[in-house]
Design a protein around this ligand. Sequence first.
Ligand SMILES: Cc1cc2nc3c(=O)[nH]c(=O)nc-3n(C[C@H](O)[C@H](O)[C@H](O)COP(=O)(O)O)c2cc1C
Length: 174
Amino acid sequence: MLKEIKSEIYHLLHPKLTFLLTSIDKNGKPNVMTCAWATPVSDEPPIVIVCVSKEHHTTKLIRQTKEFVINIPTKKLLPAIWICGKSSGRDTDKFTKAKLEIINGKKVKAPLIKNCIGYIECRLWKAVDAGECYAFFGKVLSASVDDRYFKKGQWTEKSEIPLHLAGSKIVYFK
Ligand SMILES: Cc1cc2nc3c(=O)[nH]c(=O)nc-3n(C[C@H](O)[C@H](O)[C@H](O)COP(=O)(O)O)c2cc1C
């Protein structure tokens, strides 16, 4: 039987790939948050959108320095996914708290997170006011992937990338 729902409509679009979104402030201090609301919107030129609450520290940083990085983790980074999704860079150094090591990006100053298996470095193109979030459109400047887990243009079962279902439930691509 079909039942009309009034809340959590967005969960109809889950599970969603869950990643670590890095950004940097104007003084060079980086931040990282867990993010699931994202999508590609154009292949040529490559453009992606990440949706970030207006209240998050990440929003301030992306608006300040106009760049961000999508870091795609595996199951092994699950503790970091929760730490970076439950505390704010406003008052917490999440890299230390989640024991994350950073590496330099190719095109942006925002850092890449070591041991992730895919990276998309973006320059902010447009920020659209979308209710509680900004939809940040990013022009892709560079993308790289660990080819043990991504073959012929697609993730393999081996990748075990985390997919957020709802609340505290993460499932894995298998
Ligand atoms: C699995 C998961 C997915 C999340 N997805 C999003 C998201 O898509 N957009 C968003 O604004 N916040 C999302 N969050 C919440 C932020 O990660 C969280 O509020 C974080 O503390 C913000 O950090 P910041 O203040 O350092 O930017 C998610 C959290 C979790 C645990």
